[in-house]
Write a protein that binds this ligand. Structure first.
Ligand code: NI
Length: 214
């Protein structure tokens, strides 16, 4: 949505590609089948957080031990990017659940707000309910949100609007699949130009989940 966010996103992607491209380059002889290693294996992404869900309950990352987590940062007032991304991700998760209910149930989707001033639990409730029945909307104090974002290499900043309450939040646009141990596995596809909300995007998300969720 905003240039700053896009730059941050490109930087993170470039860094990840460099880090993992280098790590994988030494693997195997030419002609070997590609190793089924998670692309984010070993990346320093994720970590402890304490936040509050849309029902006012305190939620910690350790509450999800043993579960895969689909983690996306954004804000409910986002005019365009977040709603589209959430549709792609949650329709993808729904497709995955439909194809394999047992594995689908192992994935906990989390939407973490970067706009805690407006995203109160009460505001997040109806927002997350639009996308998936199990989607948790998480918010907290500015410090709690900042700590969670930092752990997930997400940057965000306020962009003033036409009125004090009409501001935008520029933010990194990434969706992470985290493993049952809380370690990162893969980025989920959001902006493949060949796909859109109704056509390929949910299928691409479902395919990526199928690849890594055991
Ligand atoms: Ni957004």
């Amino acid at each position: 949505m905003m240039n700053i966010a896009n730059m941050g996103q490109s930087f993170v992607r470039a860094s990840l590609i460099l880090a993992f491209g280098a790590a994988l380059a030494g693997c195997g002889a030419p002609g070997d089948a590609p190793a089924a290693r998670p692309p984010l294996e070993g990346a320093r992404i994720g970590g402890p957080f304490t936040l509050t869900d849309q029902n006012g309950r305190t939620v910690k990352d350790s509450d999800f031990a043993g579960q895969y987590r689909l983690v996306y940062f954004g804000y409910s007032f986002c005019p365009d990017v977040c709603p589209v991304d959430l549709q792609k991700l949650m329709r993808g998760l729904a497709q995955f659940e439909k194809s394999d209910a047992a594995r689908g149930a192992k994935v906990q989707p989390l939407f973490i707000s970067v706009d805690p001033a407006r995203d109160t639990p009460a505001a997040l409730g109806p927002f997350v309910a639009r996308y998936h029945p199990r989607l948790l909307g998480l918010t907290g104090t500015p410090e709690q949100v900042a700590a969670a974002a930092k752990a997930y290499v997400i940057t965000y900043n306020k962009v003033e609007g036409s009125a004090p309450d009409r501001y935008l939040m520029a933010h990194t646009q990434l969706a992470f699949l985290m493993g049952p141990d809380g370690k990162p596995l893969a980025l989920l596809p959001l902006d493949d130009p060949r796909t859109d909300v109704d056509e390929g995007a949910p299928a691409a998300v479902a395919a990526e989940l199928a690849k890594w969720v055991a």
